[in-house]
Design a binder for this molecule. Structure first.
Ligand SMILES: [Zn+2]
Length: 319
């Protein structure tokens, strides 16, 4: 979500009849008489509201905790930030808003780590809710910062409330690796939501097993009126999203995480963890495919609606 949609975000969160912050598995309550078996197709607007939450949720600390292996959650209730801990220092994924930096620092410290141990900062995509605070975090830590080449123009011009200069990003290309200590993060270009939107993958070890972890950048569409189909063909943005979904389908994950916690059902999984679940609830082999299907369903629904509208507007169109 971008800065300029912030007012809109507040507006839609007021409009939302129910807060869709519960998570990926929970469809909004439907008053329709559709058959019970029909899976709910999320609209882009519903997904936007589910992901972004309220302004309060964007700024409220979620209990920091270990997810799996060396990966920890240090974000808020509706905006993710992840810490990857290695023997040679730590990696932070998503600085979020500047206003959240003290919260993230506190979460890192509550887990027993030092904020100054962050040696590398990366991000999910060039929207303010995920990367506004990049200059603040690198000033506080001296970390190196990497970004996908296609996102750098927008990251360089991003509004920064403190007025701090945007950093000089080290350039990544599709499938480049970022390494620190024993950790290797792979940057997958999954464009559409932004031109350089990045889905990160890495391995996590637990109980003598190795798991594939994916942190989804976002395949969400912030406005229902975004043109994906025009004059009988995909628009350039529609084609970009199509390339993004193709790249998403090439990723395998046993553990799904996302730039907004609703993408990975954080609240439900953390509740299971707190309840003393023996199996790690984050090991969720279907979670990635489920979330991908939800996000792709919203994209396909927009195309379907725009195709229908175009056909209806055609001279001589009949029903
Ligand atoms: Zn976004």
């Amino acid at each position: 979500m971008r800065n300029k949609t912030a007012i809109f975000a507040v507006f839609v969160s007021i409009l939302a009849a129910a807060p869709f912050v519960a998570g990926q598995q929970t469809a909004p309550t439907s008053t329709a008489t559709a058959p019970q078996t029909a899976p709910h197709v999320w609209t882009a607007g519903e997904l936007f509201r589910r992901n972004i939450g309220t302004q309060q949720q964007q700024r409220t600390q979620f209990p920091p905790h270990k997810i799996i292996g060396n990966i920890y959650y240090v974000g808020t209730e509706s905006i993710s930030s992840f810490l990857v801990v290695t023997k040679e220092g730590n990696i932070l994924i998503d600085s979020t808003y500047e206003v959240n930096v003290p919260t993230i620092k506190d979460s890192v410290e509550k887990l027993g780590f030092k904020f100054s141990e962050i040696k590398i900062l990366v991000g999910s995509h060039a929207h303010g809710d995920h990367q506004e605070a990049d200059p603040m975090v690198i000033e506080m830590t001296g970390a190196k910062v990497y970004a996908m080449a296609e996102d750098i123009p927008d990251l360089k011009t991003m509004r920064t409330p403190s007025g701090k200069a945007r950093p000089n990003y080290l350039v990544l290309h599709d499938k480049d690796e970022v390494k620190l200590g024993e950790a290797t993060l792979v940057a997958h270009l999954t464009p559409g939501h932004t031109h350089g939107c990045t889905t990160w993958t890495m391995k996590a070890e637990e109980g003598g097993k190795s798991y594939d972890v994916a942190i989804i950048g976002s395949m969400g569409i912030n406005s229902e009126t975004t043109r994906m189909w025009s004059n009988g063909a995909l628009t350039p943005l529609g084609e970009e999203y199509t390339r993004g979904f193709k790249a998403m389908h090439e990723i395998h994950a046993d553990v799904v995480l996302g730039s907004h916690p609703a993408m990975h059902g954080l609240a439900e999984k953390y509740a299971k963890l707190k309840a003393g679940s023996e199996a790690n609830p984050y090991i969720d082999p279907k979670g990635y495919e489920t979330e991908l299907a939800i996000e792709e369903g919203a994209f396909k629904l927009i195309i379907e609606n725009q195709k229908k509208a175009e056909a209806a507007a055609r001279p001589g169109a009949s029903n």
